[in-house]
Design a protein around this ligand. Structure first.
Ligand SMILES: NC(=O)c1ccc[n+]([C@@H]2O[C@H](COP(=O)([O-])OP(=O)(O)OC[C@H]3O[C@@H](n4cnc5c(N)ncnc54)[C@H](O)[C@@H]3O)[C@@H](O)[C@H]2O)c1
Length: 309
């Protein structure tokens, strides 16, 4: 069992990942500034530091005090639109603070650095289902930053022998997702319908690959077995369009909502769907939760929370 630092452990994916690591017997230390994460997502067995990753000296002190063996880096500026509005601020977190973590990882002999990357924002419009070797074509500062970090990971591996795994998630959904996040269409629709509003659909025929958050947490866990410093897609290989998502969610509300249709937003990706053959072959990961089952779990979670986020 290892001592593991999880950045962003109060967030949506970081919370589920920390829970699973703790369940598996690991000791978890969380760093999160609670900018989009929530205290209630933090596993009570984890050691928690409310700290911003941009405070490089404080992060250094935490490394020296806690002496983690493994790092999961999930904290990020996750909003693509914000990255377009302010690329410099995006890079401060998603590039520079990540570089600080990589430097500290080398200096503190971290055995494995596991990074939350992205499929859609790195590949852009691509052949479907997209494989890891597809030529990257990020069209947002957010995607550029994630790709840049993958290049740095390769550098730190080759020159400093830091083992890494980069996981390119597709559109993650599930309980605890923040509707202001990167890929929150499912949460946004549930949120609106639970407050009695008809969702707005921009376009509607765009497709996405929706992967359930507990499947993603399991991919994160299995990454510990990666000895090759690889990049893996984490998706389902299935495409679903936004109108289909709306209909599936509407069925929990006895089909009472009529969506409001608006023009597709300029520059929005048409299709996104990731092949998971590589992670299946190397780490034995396959998605286990179907979209229908996952949506049901989100619905139940909303009911249990009294319909409010
Ligand atoms: N949700 C998705 O569909 C998706 C898809 C691809 C990649 N990702 C990546 O997965 C990771 C987790 O995303 P998520 O969906 O759980 O988002 P999230 O917003 O729930 O989690 C991010 C966490 O990082 C924390 N954080 C942000 N900036 C920080 C800073 N400067 N210092 C310390 N903590 C900070 C936030 O408070 C939050 O708890 C991110 O790196 C994101 O880019 C997510």
């Amino acid at each position: 069992m290892s001592k593991i630092l999880v950045t962003g452990g109060a967030g949506f994916i970081g919370g589920h990942t920390s829970d699973l690591l703790i369940e598996e017997g690991h000791k978890v230390v969380i760093i999160d500034n609670l900018s989009s994460g929530l205290r209630e997502n933090i596993n009570p067995k984890a050691i928690f530091y409310k700290e911003g990753l941009n405070n490089h000296n404080k992060i250094k002190e935490i490394f020296e005090k806690e002496k983690p063996e493994i790092v999961y880096h999930l904290a990020a500026q996750v909003n693509v639109r914000k990255s377009v509005e302010n690329p410099i601020e995006d890079a401060r977190i998603n590039v520079l603070s990540t570089l600080n973590l990589l430097e500290l990882s080398v200096k503190n002999n971290i055995k494995h650095f596991i990074f939350a990357s992205t499929g859609g924002a790195i590949y852009g419009d691509a052949k479907i289902p997209t494989i890891e070797d597809h030529q990257p074509n990020p069209v947002s500062p957010y995607g550029c930053a994630k790709l840049a970090i993958e290049k740095y990971l390769n550098y730190y591996n080759k020159v400093h022998n830091l083992k890494f795994t980069s996981l390119r998630y597709s559109n993650v959904y599930g309980p605890r997702q923040n509707p202001k996040g990167e890929a929150g269409v499912i949460t946004i629709f549930f949120n609106e319908m639970f407050s009695g509003k008809s969702p707005i659909i921009f376009g509607g025929l765009q497709t996405r690959d929706f992967v359930y958050v507990k499947d993603v947490a399991r991919a994160n866990l299995l990454a510990l077995n990666d000895n090759k410093s690889e990049i893996y897609n984490v998706g389902t290989g299935k495409e679903t369009n936004i109108i289909e998502i709306f209909s599936k969610i509407n069925s929990f509300f006895k089909d009472k909502f009529q969506p409001i249709y608006k023009k597709k937003k300029k520059g929005e990706q048409e299709r996104s769907c990731l092949s998971y053959e590589k992670i299946k072959d190397n780490l034995g990961w396959v998605p286990l939760v179907s979209l229908n089952e996952g949506l049901k779990q989100v619905y139940i979670w909303y009911l249990e929370k009294g319909n409010k986020l």
